[in-house]
Write a protein that binds this ligand. Structure first.
Ligand code: IMP
Length: 180
């Protein structure tokens, strides 16, 4: 698996350190608000699991599975809900936990949908922010790292369902997804 990685961008230690900082910030900002963390499956499962252990205020979690139609390394913004939330988010302080915001099309669709359910507040925590590729002005309220315009995998992020189990985040070699 490691042979398919062009460059490691963030090591396990880098990720742990940054998530600790994010957890502290979120704990401070949501004190007394009993936030609901909404994990977007499948890419954000690892980030959520590590993030919640760094949050030291009462909170709850729920999961939403979506699929975005698109090419192998691009999304189109048309999202289909494969698994909806089990929790009512009305009057809750909702924090969406995502793996990466790229064009912003997916987060635009998800935030528009969740807004119709009248949460008390709605914010986004994304481990990675590929800001350069943004097509819609999605604001990431909490981000782990900014990434360049490259296809990255590991720590929950996949290419065709593979590489999610890498403990670090790295750039996938182009030859893996540009097979002619
Ligand atoms: P967006 O709708 O273009 O913002 O794309 C969001 C989704 O595309 C993410 O939730 C990922 O599933 C996927 N994605 C975008 N860029 C990458 C990447 O570099 N690696 C792995 N998945 C990515």
């Amino acid at each position: 698996m490691k042979n398919d990685i062009k460059e490691v961008l963030f090591s396990e230690q880098d990720i742990n350190k940054r998530i600790k900082e994010l957890g502290m910030q979120i704990s401070k900002d949501y004190e007394g608000k009993f936030p609901l963390l909404v994990c977007i499956l499948r890419g954000a499962f690892m980030f959520l699991a590590d993030l919640v252990r760094k949050i030291d205020i009462p909170m709850s979690v729920d999961f939403m599975a979506i699929s975005s139609y698109g090419g192998k390394t691009d999304s189109t913004g048309q999202v289909k809900i494969l698994k909806d939330l089990d929790t009512s988010i009305k009057n809750r302080h909702v924090l969406i936990v995502e793996d990466i915001v790229d064009t912003g099309l997916t987060m635009d669709a998800v935030t528009r949908l969740l807004s119709t359910r009248k949460p008390a507040s709605l914010r986004i925590a994304s481990l990675l922010d590929k800001e350069e590729r943004r097509l819609l002005p999605i604001k990431v309220d909490y981000y782990g790292f900014k990434v360049p315009n490259e296809f990255v995998v590991g720590y929950g992020l996949d290419y065709e369902e593979r590489y999610r189990n890498l403990p670090f985040i790295g750039i996938l070699k182009e030859k893996i997804y540009r097979k002619e």
